[in-house]
Design a protein around this ligand. Sequence first.
Ligand code: FES
Length: 223
Amino acid sequence: MMEGIQTPGVDRRKFLKLATALPVVGGIIATVSPLLRLLKPNVERFGIYAPIRNDAPRGDVTVAATLSEVARPWDFKYFVFTQKYPQYTPEGFKAANVPGVVVRLPYKIRLPLSWVGDVGLEAKVIESDIYVCSRVCPHLGCIFNYVPNWEEVTAAYGGYVPPPNRRHALMACPCHLSIYDPADRDVPGRVLSGPAPRPPRTFVFEIQGENIVVTVVEPGGIA
Ligand code: FES
């Protein structure tokens, strides 16, 4: 008779304990499970780099010059390239104009295109006597000039006197007087003087018939 009275009470206590414990257990699971998920990353090793390739800027393919316009050593031609950067705009990009210069060198050089593979592209021309670079100065972004006569560099760009082996056309920035050598065999566009931290950014180009066609410029802004 006594057992018949106590049994429902015990069951009620068990039930109340269970009813109280369930939310606590649920809370612990809810707190810990997101942390456990962190033990299993959902990206492959280095897969994080993939979006950078997808976000790499793309430009409008442009005829920068014709072969006859830069037929002789030190001939040059200015051009403007439209670079499209992925952006959250209705068009999905933002366009910027990049002024560039095509220079005919007196000899072939290995073009500085090591960055091309990093953006998932391939360059058809990797050695040439045609050098094509951006005119945006890597120092603070002024537009630099191609100066056919090195003596003008000395006279008008801060008195820099190039050594005898560099007394040919140079490139010079009017803002803070950085001087570049487009014909340096080891580092095309080498900085000879001034504050520029690196050579100008280079274009990938190909020859299509009579045309020198630029397809993309090295990504990045000023250094
Ligand atoms: S912006 Fe060209 S040297 Fe400073």
